[in-house]
Design a protein around this ligand. Structure first.
Ligand code: FES
Ligand code: FES
Length: 171
């Protein structure tokens, strides 16, 4: 691993949503700030900045991590994916995003990117989780608006338990 002096800016090279990028960062810079302020990936939200709310969740090499608890320098050489990677280039939502739309699983949307990225990782590893499993993973995310019911419905649809519906949730 490269040694970086605390006052020295390091050039971080990474793959962000399939694109090779690089930018400079101080050793103490958080990955969440690096993504938003240096790379323009503002879909990653920042709430508590100490690992509680989950809205800053991104994927590093396919694994969901809190970007507010990760230093930018730790992303060196890694594959980082943010919520901007989920929809197709023409804006078509992916199945998880569509399920959120179908079940009105967001209001202000502040928590949504982190939940989407957590469950992108989780559903890839556990394609048929129980509702209890879904609620367990969701407990790592704070949503101040929805009361979670629509989010759980959307995640159940994404896990294949419910029919897709454009008019609302169907149990
Ligand atoms: S901003 Fe990272 S967990 Fe809240
Ligand atoms: S939709 Fe507003 S915080 Fe979750």
């Amino acid at each position: 691993m490269r040694r970086i002096d605390k006052d020295q800016r390091a050039r971080i090279r990474l793959t962000l949503n399939g694109r090779a990028l690089s930018a400079e960062a101080e050793p103490r810079m958080l990955l969440s700030d690096f993504l938003r302020h240096s790379l323009g990936a503002t879909g990653t939200h920042v709430g508590c900045e100490h690992g509680v709310c989950g809205c800053c969740t991104v994927l590093i090499d396919g694994t969901a991590v809190r970007s507010c608890l990760t230093l930018a320098v730790q992303a060196e050489g890694r594959d980082v994916r943010t919520v901007e990677s989920l929809a197709a280039a023409d804006g078509t939502l992916n199945p998880l995003q569509r399920a959120f739309q179908n079940h009105h699983a967001l209001q202000c949307g502040f928590c949504t990117p982190g939940i989407l990225m957590s469950f992108t990782d989780y559903l890839a590893r556990n394609p048929r989780p129980s509702e209890a499993d879904i609620r367990d993973v969701l407990s790592g995310h704070l949503c101040r608006c929805t009361g979670y019911a629509g989010i759980v419905s959307a995640l159940l649809e994404a896990a294949g338990y419910r029919q897709s519906s454009e008019s609302g949730s169907k149990s």
